[in-house]
Design a protein around this ligand. Structure first.
Ligand code: ADP
Ligand code: MG
Length: 377
């Protein structure tokens, strides 16, 4: 597949300048189930920000988006757009663009007619429609396909048309609910690049829902991680990866080695599985749950592998492990491990240039205390 990599210097007419500020305060939606679908969420999305709502299936992402769109009514809390409470504003008057997984183009309309639809609904003039449709089709790189019908397009192209239709009327905020969920992996990552570029060019606020952590990391200025109706943690992709406050966050974003510590977590030295570990105060997360029940989290890339205990520098934390499998990844390899006396599952990333390790080998893995996090378990 070919893809244009140059970004046009002149903005298309869909350039809208700064986007809408979206503020949620105490937002709750209760369907009368065991627990509310959305439970007291507060979140401010900055004008022009690319915010991703990330989380497992059923965690409340779509419900939150539908509340912002006005398709659902609030049980409690307020939602405001640029400071104005929209609790009583119907969806079509919130002026938000929307894009969903099932792109739902009108099959009997051409590409141009599909894209023009929101403008015709808004009673735009003929000349304005032609100009804006041409500009937005160029933005999604479908110039020349104006007369085609949806059945003549691939899935990825259909989703581009749907995206064009969602932004053609220049909404200052765009809500996207798993828009790439139906596409295969390669197309998905190509369209991620496109969506990121389009976000930069139009300057609107984007609120993007996905359950795919890699997609969220690729796209977002910030991520709000959802867990069972509440927000577990909000931050940049980097913050969530390197400074998780809870075990849920650490596990949802990337691979982790996890040692649960129970109540006695924050003593200066922790004994577990016959090993003695050093816990440095700076590595303890600020999350209030940390002191109740905690865990040490270490990323596989922060772990070193040694043949024996003698090779571990003093001041490092270490644990014995058995190699269960080796994954070859080109420039590096990942050892899948059983760690400590209880055989906790673990991972260590090693350079492909280092010594060979084989299944069944006994090793010692070690890491500096500063590269571990103590999180709420
Ligand atoms: P996500 O988008 O993160 O997968 P949803 O927001 O769709 O999650 O759903 C959150 C929870 O609310 C789920 O338990 C789901 O079953 C429930 N839910 C969603 N919509 C409705 C509805 N219209 N009626 C009853 N329960 C619902
Ligand atoms: Mg959903």
């Amino acid at each position: 597949m070919t893809r244009e990599t140059t970004v046009k210097a002149t903005e298309p007419s869909s350039g809208t300048g700064l986007g809408t500020e979206i503020r949620l305060a105490g937002v709750t939606k209760d369907y009368g189930l065991a627990s509310p679908a959305v439970d007291d969420i507060s979140l401010t999305i900055e004008p022009g920000e690319f915010m991703t709502l990330l989380g497992p299936s059923g965690s409340g992402k779509t419900t939150t988006l539908n509340l912002v769109a006005g398709f659902e009514t609030l049980t409690a809390g307020t939602i405001s757009l640029n400071g104005a409470d929209v609790g009583n504003v119907p969806p079509h008057r919130r002026n938000l663009g929307m894009l969903f997984q099932n792109y739902a183009l009108f099959p009997h309309m051409s590409v141009a007619q599909n894209v023009a639809y929101p403008l015709r609904e808004r009673k735009a003039g003929k000349e304005e429609i032609a100009r804006k449709v041409a500009a937005v089709l160029e933005l999604v790189q479908l110039t020349g396909r104006d007369g085609d019908y949806p059945s003549q397009l691939s899935g990825g192209q259909q989703q581009r048309v749907a995206l064009a239709r969602a932004i053609v009327f220049e909404p200052k905020a765009l809500l996207l609910d798993e828009p790439l969920g139906a596409l295969d992996r390669n197309l998905r990552s190509a369209l991620q690049v496109e969506i990121r570029r389009i976000h930069r060019e139009v300057g609107s606020t984007f609120v993007f829902v996905t359950h795919d952590q890699e997609e969220a990391m690729n796209l977002s200025d910030r991520i709000a991680l959802f867990n069972n109706g509440h927000i577990e943690q909000i931050g940049t992709p980097q913050q969530l990866y390197t400074e998780p406050e809870t075990l849920f966050t650490a596990r949802f974003l990337g691979d982790s080695n996890v040692f649960e510590l129970g109540q006695a977590a924050l003593d200066e030295k922790v004994a577990q599985d016959g090993e003695s570990w050093i816990v440095e105060p700076g590595t303890v997360a600020a999350h209030p749950g940390v002191r109740a029940s905690s865990a040490i989290v270490v990323r596989p890339e922060d772990v070193e592998v040694a043949g024996s205990r003698d090779a571990v520098p003093s001041g490092a934390n270490a644990v014995r492990a058995t190699v269960r499998d080796v994954e070859y990844m080109g420039s590096y390899r990942t050892l899948l491990l059983a760690m400590g006396a209880s055989g906790l599952p673990g991972r260590a990333r090693t350079s492909a240039l280092r010594g060979e390790y084989a299944i069944g080998d006994t090793v010692v893995i070690w890491w500096w205390p500063r590269s571990q996090r103590i999180v709420a378990a």
